[in-house]
Design a protein around this ligand. Structure first.
Ligand code: NAP
Length: 277
């Protein structure tokens, strides 16, 4: 048996086509502002991809490059200025920020109705009480990939390896909101394989290359590999793809799985904010 591949690149392309159709009906252009502090090469590349995505769906996008030694106060003032701009509907502050800047304080500053990443505490709080509107991009992309299987989420046992506020915790909440039974695993979990072997849906968001092996996976499970680890210039997931695909029912590849969907969900969030904000 070989698992069915969940093609995130193709689904992301379809999502962009739908967005293009929707914005044809608008009388204005949705605008996304990305704030970069310093010149971290990985961040620069991610931002370039986001700009290219915006071009593909005819959004306005702008990058605000600020010096690495900017004070927290100045950075917050900059975000506040963007909050007031009527032509900017979504704001994203690219992480990581320099160590002397309190990233939570910066995220708190982004107006909830312009929070393209869905990481402001107001939007995360709404997720907690099952009032989903703008939800974090990676978890939302994961849900879309699970939906692509055609399998019901309701009643399934979902296991998330990872509990970060960016991925693990919100995706677990989104699965719970869709009536899955959710188990969170993390670095202090005792007997991790005993937990993962119960999973109808297994989310690997660990940040360790090829961490999940075939013996940890329930036959037929939906396996979502969130990890992006770099080995010799090559992107490697958190799942041992070759062996796990022999056990799982569905699996996402790395690259071409969760990554493109994360970017597509940023566009979708920006559109939602533009229409509703
Ligand atoms: P993170 O903040 O480092 O969180 C990793 C989680 O894994 C933590 O909850 C940690 O537990 C848990 N963990 C670490 N070692 C473990 C172990 N031995 N056993 C069980 N759990 C363990 O990472 P993240 O931001 O959630 O990202 C996870 C991965 O996804 C990374 O590879 C990242 O690059 C990737 N990512 C991809 C996308 C995408 O678009 N594809 C987006 C975001 C992130 P503790 O909480 O106990 O420390």
């Amino acid at each position: 048996m070989s698992a069915e591949l969940l093609n995130g690149s193709r689904l992301a392309q379809r999502t962009r086509t739908q967005i293009r159709k929707k914005i044809k009906k608008l009388t204005f252009t949705p605008g996304l502002a990305v704030v970069q502090v310093g010149d971290d090469p990985a961040s620069t590349l991610y931002i370039k991809h986001k700009q290219r995505d915006c071009e593909k769906v005819h959004f306005h996008s702008e990058v605000h490059r600020l010096p690495a030694n900017i004070s927290q106060k100045r950075l917050i003032e900059h975000v506040e200025t963007l909050n007031k701009r009527t032509d900017i509907h979504g704001i994203l502050v690219q992480m990581p920020l320099p160590e002397d800047i309190d990233k939570e304080a910066v995220i708190d500053t982004i107006a909830p109705h312009k929070d393209a990443d869905g990481l402001n505490p107001v939007n995360l709080g709404n997720l907690l009480i099952n009032r989903e509107r703008v939800t974090p991009c990676t978890p939302t992309g994961i849900i879309r990939l699970i939906e692509l299987t055609g399998e019901k989420i309701e009643g399934k046992h979902a296991v998330c390896i990872g509990r970060s506020p960016l991925v693990g915790k919100p995706v677990g909440l989104m699965l719970l909101n869709r009536h899955a039974t959710v188990t969170y695993c993390h670095s202090r979990t005792a007997d991790l394989p005993a937990q993962t072997q119960q999973a109808d849906i297994l989310i690997a968001a660990v940040g360790r290359s090829e961490f999940v092996s075939a013996d940890m996976v329930k036959p037929g499970a939906v396996v979502i590999d969130v990890g992006i680890n770099h080995i010799d210039g090559r992107a490697v997931g958190d799942v041992k793809f070759e062996e796990v695909k022999g056990v799982a029912g569905f699996i996402t590849p790395v690259p071409g799985g969760v990554g493109p969907m994360t970017r597509a969900m940023l566009l979708e969030n920006t559109l939602k904010l533009a229409i509703g904000g």
